[in-house]
Write a protein that binds this ligand. Structure first.
Ligand SMILES: NC(=O)c1ccc[n+]([C@@H]2O[C@H](COP(=O)([O-])OP(=O)(O)OC[C@H]3O[C@@H](n4cnc5c(N)ncnc54)[C@H](OP(=O)(O)O)[C@@H]3O)[C@@H](O)[C@H]2O)c1
Length: 316
């Protein structure tokens, strides 16, 4: 059986429906991946609600960009992949499904030592964090401030920056202070007094800011701490980047990612999987929902109350 989650109108999570569909076959230049785990990202909900603009809905759309799985059918023109290969999907569309058609270029080999859930959790958040920090020029000795360090993007960013020899100050909610500390960041609670609290916690001047929160509070603190706005980047309020004079990648930015930024995002998958296999990068997995409960999973994702990465289980 093949099944997928679809929506035919923009709206709340209730517009999502779980439907059985014919088993897809592999195109000549692609494969079919049977998913083992699907990563839920905030962008999935923003696109479904219409909060983030996308093309008009002329046919049912399947959400999702992240998944791990097994190649179960291979097109005649594909030479590098065989059935049984364990993969992570990169830059795919419509991953809220038991079976996903992908081009060979959208496949990354999953190391045997990395779990299905963890492999499905890294795509959008880890590639975003990696590219943003590299574009901002994080290097040995940098002092980096990461807003929303407790989220999926933030936890990835803390680990990359620490791995590259930077000092990290990260903001998050009260319940996530210990987690950010475990990852090697100096944790600070967002909320009243944010700027003073960051100043008190930081070991010296902040060089670089990655904003994965998008709040006015986070932006205002960033401007007070870092005079050079080219050293401040956001992945949330891209629509305001030009007006604010900061860098932005997607997140509503009308400018597309440059070829170099896209290449960095692609590179991040292999780098992250290798670090995971070595035990130098970890993903916090939160709740797991059956694929048929995708609406509930998206509600949880946007509630602000979840902890860890939300995963859909296609087998349930
Ligand atoms: N532009 C891109 O390419 C791109 C790619 C990926 C993600 N994003 C965007 O980046 C954002 C984070 O994504 P994610 O996957 O990391 O989401 P997530 O895992 O759901 O994490 C959300 C984070 O926001 C934090 N947060 C909530 N209220 C906050 C506040 N007032 N101040 C500071 N932080 C606050 C949460 O902290 P606590 O849980 O500790 O309260 C948590 O760390 C989303 O808006 C997403 O759409 C953009």
């Amino acid at each position: 059986m093949s099944a997928q989650v679809q929506y035919s109108e923009f709206g709340g999570p209730e517009v999502l429906s779980y439907v059985e569909v014919p088993m897809p076959s592999a195109p000549a230049d692609g494969v079919v991946v049977e998913t083992r785990a699907v990563g839920v990202n905030p962008i999935d909900s923003k696109l479904r609600s219409g909060a983030r603009a996308s093309s008009p809905l002329t046919a049912p759309r399947v959400p999702g960009s992240d998944a791990s799985g097994v190649v179960v059918a291979v097109g005649a023109g594909v030479t590098d992949w065989v059935t049984g290969d364990q993969v992570v999907l990169r830059g795919a569309h419509g991953t809220y499904a038991t079976h996903v058609i992908a081009s060979a270029a959208q496949l990354v080999r999953k190391p045997a030592g990395v779990g299905w859930d963890e492999a499905a959790a890294i795509g959008v958040p880890a590639s975003t964090a990696y590219q943003a920090l590299r574009t901002l020029g994080v290097e040995v000795g940098s002092v980096v401030l990461i807003h929303a360090g407790s989220g999926a993007v933030g936890q990835a960013a803390i680990q990359f920056a620490r791995n590259w020899g930077a000092t990290v100050v990260a903001t998050g909610g009260e319940r996530n202070q210990a987690r950010m500390g475990e990852l090697g960041a100096i944790p600070v609670e967002y909320g009243p007094g944010l700027l003073q609290n960051i100043r008190a916690a930081a070991p010296g001047p902040i060089d670089i800011v990655l904003d994965a929160a998008g709040t006015d509070e986070a932006l205002e603190a960033s401007f007070a701490l870092v005079a050079d706005r080219s050293k401040i980047g956001t992945v949330v309020v891209g629509a305001r980047a030009a007006e604010l004079g900061i860098q932005a990648w997607a997140g509503g930015n009308p400018l597309p990612l440059t070829a170099e930024e896209q290449a960095l995002r692609a590179e991040a998958y292999g780098v992250t999987l290798e670090l995971m296999e070595l035990g130098d990068f970890e993903v916090e997995i939160g709740a797991r929902y059956p694929l048929s409960a995708a609406a509930e999973a998206q509600r949880a994702s946007m509630s602000g109350e979840h902890r860890g990465k939300i995963i859909l289980d296609p087998s349930a």
